[in-house]
Design a protein around this ligand. Structure first.
Ligand SMILES: [Zn+2]
Length: 153
């Protein structure tokens, strides 16, 4: 992932100038983050595919990379070959997030019930956050592949 960006100076001009001229009607995929390569998030190859939806995690990762100066400005996609694998991972993550969230909430409520105090409340909130943070390890982004209900061939 940590690749040297070669055309760092050239990309600024394309973003400001030419991107406006592309007719929107013929481009169904949203042109996310300007002109980067379209990289599949599963096989890491440069391929066309379904756009990955921007969410808080992707925004955060992008923000960190930009701060560190290692942003690649690639457009993240899921290619056709990886669509079914992607959906498997995504639904797995959603399940994990739900389970950990519920589990954290139950433990939090128990902690709160045992000690009805401010520190109990803080512990409860901490438990929920901790469990959600654990779930994020399994993070996998959403994409347009799910909306369209793409059939795995
Ligand atoms: Zn792929």
């Amino acid at each position: 992932m940590v690749k040297q960006v070669k055309g760092a100076s050239a990309e600024k001009t394309t973003r400001a100038g030419k991107s406006e001229k592309i007719p929107r009607a013929q481009e169904p995929k949203p042109a996310v983050e300007g002109a980067g390569k379209r990289i599949c998030i599963i096989c890491q190859q440069e391929k066309d595919g379904y756009a990955v939806r921007n969410d808080i995690f992707i925004a955060a990762i992008r923000g960190i990379k930009q701060t560190l100066g290692i942003a690649t400005n690639n457009v993240l996609v899921v290619c056709n070959d990886c669509a079914s694998e992607h959906r498997k991972r995504r639904s797995g993550f959603e399940k994990t997030l739900l389970q950990y969230g519920v589990f954290g909430a139950i433990i939090g409520i128990l902690l709160l019930a045992i000690s009805l105090s401010l520190s109990g409340l803080l512990m409860a909130a901490f438990m929920v956050l901790f469990m959600l943070a654990l779930a994020v390890i399994h993070y996998h982004p959403a994409s347009e592949a799910q909306d369209k209900g793409v059939n795995a061939k």
